[in-house]
Design a protein around this ligand. Sequence first.
Ligand SMILES: [Zn+2]
Length: 164
Amino acid sequence: MEGSVTRFGNNSGGNMPSFVPVQWTQGHFVMPRKYRFPRQAYVRVKRAAHRADVRELCYLLFGKGGTIDRVIQVPNRAVDDVCHHVFGTADFERVRLKMKKLGYKHIGYLHTHPVSEPVPGPGDVAGYAKGALVSIYADRTKELRLFRITKKGKGYVEKQLEFG
Ligand SMILES: [Zn+2]
């Protein structure tokens, strides 16, 4: 199994995702100042995170422009998914191609923090690629926040989210 998944998040040891979206690598992706997040998806994540207890959940964010239109759950491939998460490369590709056919681009990631605050942990900062848009939902506080990984300063900047 080693090598068939891309490890990042708290479990990562710092490996970079191999599937950095095209818009980041081409250097012309303009990050909107504010992102809209579908309220229904927030409710869905909230319920699932509660059910998952101490296990972390993984989602991929897709949209058009500055709006997050689709929030798609993918399996957490971490061997130990208690407070760890790992996105699988094959899962990512499968969902990305399906969404592409519907006209949606990959925007970012979402994972849940069963216990800790909704801010990127050291493993998140180390594991996600520079420029990655990372949303975190904290089960304890019911908060959903959005960050861009920068590798500068604290390693991330917060992005504004509005729900609608
Ligand atoms: Zn995290």
